[in-house]
Unconditional design. Structure first.
Length: 318
């Protein structure tokens, strides 16, 4: 190497070493304030990172932050909309350089969310500057909670959310949700267990789900596979429903049915677009047996109900 280049090479080496040291020992907590101000400016909500902030640099930088608090809408009685003990996610730098924000991995620890619909019908999860086009991964959640309130519908629910590790890997962990409260004025209890949240991103593999709910005197359960979980499509979904009166289903599902004695029906539930189908069901209404198919098309105005019913033993009182 020519002598004239040696000082330049040594200077470049020293600068490179200094940059590496700066990156390695940089205190990312210095950025908590600027990030909070940026989020607040973009959303119109208060935001704070009250714990440590760490960044692991790569083409998909990993960002870990602790004790996050996201403020609620001004009309809400709850101070926060979300509080998260720990968030761990990655950002795709190549997408970012192209002007798009993509979050391919997202993990939440002890998230607590308060969702509500305001007096004018506006939900608190709609805020200033919301970007609806950001590709966001379905998160993994260890345990958390969600509260939902809609006074106009007389609905208030508190849900506990957690994952159950099956001992294989995070993708195999199952999601469990349980809660209670009131739904459209009726006492409500719900419990559901499904596959991992990460599985919801794919339509290649059926998503397993098993759920039960009690709304007033009505009990319902589903057990099977959703072939397209993001659109609630399932052709392998066993459905059972029972209650004291079919007419009491109207405030729950919005489908008018005639008054009836106690009933219990079981069949297969499917959903495609605006059409809901309860097919090949069997059961009893009062002392009468009942079987057939029941289809509701909500895309029609008014909604169209089509039924093909068969009864071998019909009691006219029913």
């Amino acid at each position: 190497m020519p002598r004239v280049l040696k000082p330049i090479a040594a200077s470049l080496l020293a600068v490179s070493a200094l940059l590496v040291l700066v990156v390695v020992f940089f205190d990312w907590n210095w950025l908590r304030g600027p990030i909070a101000r940026q989020v607040s400016s973009a959303t119109g909500r208060t935001f704070a990172i009250n714990g440590d902030l760490k960044v692991h640099l790569s083409l998909r930088p990993r960002i870990v932050a602790h004790e996050l608090v996201f403020g609620n809408a001004a009309w809400s009685s709850d101070r926060s909309m979300a509080e998260i003990k720990r968030i761990d996610f990655r950002i795709d730098l190549l997408q970012l350089l192209a002007g798009r924000v993509a979050v391919p991995e997202l993990a939440l620890s002890e998230p607590h969310v308060w969702l509500a619909v305001g007096p004018d019908g506006t939900p608190n999860w709609v805020f200033t500057g919301q970007d609806k086009d950001t590709p966001l991964a379905f998160p993994t959640i260890d345990q958390g909670s969600a509260t939902y309130r809609d006074p106009a519908l007389k609905t208030s629910l508190v849900l506990a959310v957690k994952t159950q590790d099956d001992g294989k890997d995070n993708r195999g962990s199952s999601l469990e949700v349980s809660g209670k409260g009131r739904y459209k004025g009726l006492p409500a209890v719900v419990h559901a267990r499904g596959g991992a949240l990460l599985s919801l991103r794919s339509t290649d593999d059926p998503y397993p789900i098993k759920a039960s709910a009690t709304l007033g005197t009505t009990k319902a359960s589903v057990d099977g596979m959703l072939l397209d979980p993001q659109h609630l499509k399932g052709q392998q979904l066993n459905f059972q429903i029972e209650g004291s009166d079919l007419a009491l289903l109207f405030p729950i599902i919005g489908v008018p049915l005639p008054p009836s004695p106690p009933y219990k029906l079981a069949g297969y539930l499917d959903h495609a677009g605006d059409v809901w189908t309860f097919r090949r069901f069997k059961g009893k209404v009062g002392q009468s047996d009942l079987a057939g198919d029941f289809v509701v098309d909500r895309g029609k105005q008014p909604q169209m109900i089509t039924a093909n019913l068969v009864s071998r033993t019909l009691d006219m009182k029913d």
